[in-house]
Design a protein around this ligand. Structure first.
Ligand SMILES: NC(=O)C1=CN([C@@H]2O[C@H](COP(=O)(O)OP(=O)(O)OC[C@H]3O[C@@H](n4cnc5c(N)ncnc54)[C@H](OP(=O)(O)O)[C@@H]3O)[C@@H](O)[C@H]2O)C=CC1
Ligand SMILES: CC(C)(CO)C(=O)C(=O)O
Length: 332
């Protein structure tokens, strides 16, 4: 184990990199100068059970710092992958394994085609991280799911020691599809302007998500693997359960609401910070799958439009009722 480079020191990158560093792993974070300044006095990493560790890993803004690491975790947003690959291509050690820890269907595949001389693995993070200054807090339960590979033999124990259990999967395309279904809520959450827990507690917003997920499930059934079962309810049952009245939802799927009260989706973070969002890689991925199958995905297409409008400052906040009306109208 020569060391881990985390490329893209933001919420996920600092939480994962910080916890690994606190567990004694040699970690280099590569990120922006603004984040380097925020974390200059060290960072605090709070687990889902409230326990906290501190770390002060090496933080560089020059991608050349990835040299010497044999595991490189890419945690930039999807739109920055090409730039990340360009920055890493000439600095990676020949045997460095690159892992996409990203949402969407194509993070691993995109990096793989841009870094053809390296092993590139797909992965995704199943939990939410809230940043408050230099404190990074895990806000929901979940593991890190990665494409199975011998490289993990050298890192499994270190990740577990760091409180970041790694689940090796041989079905990452199915896992990514299942995660995509959950992430269809990112846009709805961002447009609601509410924390995830408050948003998901409202039936109208859950109905929006149910429409988006049911559309995605229909599109996914046309080709490719069925989404994996990542939650207690199967993807199809979850999509239907979301639409039930609030009291019934709390009774049958209350664990969905077990979220830190301040947590928002990563897309809500982007919208709030005035950054471009990943909507084209999430709801847009459903639209693309539909186009590939010769059909359409109007609900997800409308969510893409509304998030792009919000990025431009046009109607950034929606009530559940108004958003549901928009999505229903899009289906007609
Ligand atoms: N946040 C969360 O709770 C979760 C996020 N995810 C997924 O994890 C991935 C990472 O998300 P998240 O941590 O929220 O993202 P963030 O935006 O918080 O972090 C990414 C960081 O990488 C920086 N960056 C981008 N390009 C470069 C570059 N070329 N060189 C150096 N730094 C760069 C960004 O800076 P800048 O913005 O200035 O470009 C930003 O600080 C996404 O795919 C997301 O969907 C999955 C589960 C939960
Ligand atoms: C954890 C989850 C599903 C929701 O917060 C997420 O992936 C995100 O915020 O991007």
């Amino acid at each position: 184990m020569r060391g881990v480079c985390v490329f893209g020191a933001g919420s996920i990158g600092c939480y994962v990199g910080g916890r690994l560093a606190a567990a004694g792993v040699p970690v280099t974070l590569v990120g922006r100068d603004s984040m380097r300044r925020v974390t200059a006095g060290g960072m605090r990493l709070q687990a889902i059970d409230g326990s906290q560790v501190e770390a002060d890993p090496r933080f560089e803004t020059d991608p050349a710092a990835a040299a010497g690491c044999n595991l490189v975790l890419v945690t930039v947003k999807s739109g920055a992958n090409r730039e990340a690959a360009d920055a890493l291509r000439d600095v990676l050690d020949a045997d460095a394994v690159v892992v996409s820890l990203q949402n969407g269907l194509h993070g691993g595949a995109g990096l793989r085609s841009d870094l053809p001389d390296h092993t590139v693995l797909a992965g995704t993070v199943g939990f939410n991280v809230v940043r408050d200054g230099a404190t990074f807090r895990q806000a929901t339960a979940g593991d890190i799911l990665v494409q199975a590979d011998p490289v993990w033999t050298g890192y499994d124990a270190a990740f577990a020691r760091a409180g970041l259990p790694i689940e090796q999967r041989t079905d990452m395309p199915a896992v990514q599809r299942a995660k995509l279904l959950l992430n269809l809520n990112n846009a709805i959450n961002a447009l609601s302007g509410l924390p995830l827990r408050e948003e998901l507690a409202q039936r109208a917003f859950r109905r929006c998500l149910s429409l988006a997920q049911r559309e995605a499930l229909t599109v996914m059934a046309a080709s490719g693997p069925a989404p994996a079962k990542l939650t207690a309810l199967s993807p199809a049952l979850m999509a239907r359960t979301l639409a039930v009245p609030d009291a019934l939802f709390r009774a049958v799927a209350g664990q969905v609401l077990a979220i830190d009260p301040t947590a928002g989706s990563s897309m809500a973070d982007d919208l709030a910070a005035g950054r471009p969002t990943e909507v084209d890689w999430i709801n847009g991925a459903v639209v693309q799958l539909a186009a590939d199958a010769g059909t359409t995905a109007p609900v997800n297409a409308r969510l893409v439009e509304l998030v792009h409008d919000a990025e431009r400052g046009r109607r950034p906040r929606w009530t559940g009722r108004d958003l549901l009306a928009q999505l229903r109208a899009a289906r007609r």
